[in-house]
Design a protein around this ligand. Structure first.
Ligand SMILES: [Fe+2]
Ligand SMILES: [Fe+2]
Length: 320
């Protein structure tokens, strides 16, 4: 029994009105390694116990599922959260916090544990929930930034970029299907990094030429991953493949110039850089909004579509 095959779950997110499609385990400590024992089964005879468990608010014990059931768990959690987002009286911030937690769990699994396409497929549903929160709640950039995690990890960065893209798209009045595509592309833009060793991604010092080349390949790797899944439109593929292109033509992979870079990729470039500047890494502190926008305008202006950059700055300003 391998401990890393068991994944902690948020019991509060489970829906007490539907039958579970997976077994739940508790952890027993002792000996050389932890053991996981069946706590509640998906079998019909456990139904009452499961219901009691979900209704008890005092449950302190941490519970787990086996990694083979992750996709089922994420599906269940997404459905249950949809109900909460649509029907509960909770504040907009609370709703978005829960959606953020679930998406962090999904993307964390994908990037750091289990790069399975089935897990990634669930991200479309999560983007729908984010969209619901953003549309209904008018959280705005500032409400959003309070919820976002500010330590840089590829998985939280991916969610942040997706959220910024959607929020920006809503503010500039893009239609709902485009808001959705932008959110999806933002969440998936660095998907090609899942195959790069963590030591290179998190390296503190300067990268060697070879390591830099490996990192740069994440855009073309990403296109392969996304195409391989076969369920994303061309705009998402463009965001994945072109988000490191610079408006002056000095970016990678193709060195595209100006409006030859797809509109969605130009938006992704802005939100990608903004999130990278405003999050902490082991070797750098995070910048405040104004500092980040100033650098983007004065030192990096040539990298962005100037019109989009101005709209972005206006929207991130104090009155947004
Ligand atoms: Fe990237
Ligand atoms: Fe990125």
């Amino acid at each position: 029994m391998l401990a890393e095959q068991y994944h902690p779950i948020d019991i509060k997110i489970l829906d007490k009105n539907s039958d579970l499609a997976f077994n739940i385990f508790s952890k027993v400590q002792g000996g050389d390694e932890d053991r996981f024992v069946l706590y509640a089964s998906k079998e019909a005879r456990y139904r009452e116990k499961v219901r009691e468990l979900l209704e008890s608010s005092e449950l302190m014990e941490e519970l787990f599922i086996h990694e083979d059931d992750l996709v089922l768990y994420f599906e269940h959690a997404t459905n249950s959260l949809r109900d909460y987002v649509i029907n509960s009286d909770a504040t907009p911030e609370k709703k978005m916090e829960k959606v953020y937690d679930l998406s962090r769990d999904v993307t964390h699994q994908f990037f750091e544990a289990n790069s399975s396409p089935e897990i990634l497929r669930g991200s479309g549903q999560v983007v729908d929930l984010m969209e619901k929160c953003l549309e209904d709640n008018k959280l705005g950039f500032h409400g959003l930034t309070k919820i976002m995690e500010k330590d840089y990890y590829t998985y939280t960065h991916s969610i942040n970029v997706g959220l910024y893209c959607m929020s920006f798209a809503l503010k500039i009045g893009m239609p709902a299907d485009e808001v959705h595509e932008l959110g999806l592309g933002g969440m998936l833009h660095d998907v090609g990094k899942s195959s790069i060793p963590q030591e290179i991604i998190n390296k503190k010092g300067a990268l060697t030429e070879e390591e830099f080349q490996t990192i740069k390949n994440h855009t073309s790797n990403g296109i392969e991953v996304i195409r391989g899944l076969g369920c994303y439109g061309e705009k998402v593929v463009e965001m994945v493949g072109q988000h490191h292109e610079k408006y002056n033509g000095e970016g990678y992979h193709q060195g595209l110039v100006g409006d030859d870079i797809a509109l969605f990729a130009r938006i992704c470039k802005l939100t990608d850089v903004y999130d990278a500047l405003t999050t902490r890494r082991s070797y750098k502190k995070s910048l405040k909004t104004l500092e980040a926008l100033t650098i983007m305008k004065t030192k990096m202006g040539h990298e962005f579509d100037p019109k989009l950059l101005n709209s972005f700055i206006r929207m991130m300003g104090p009155q947004a």
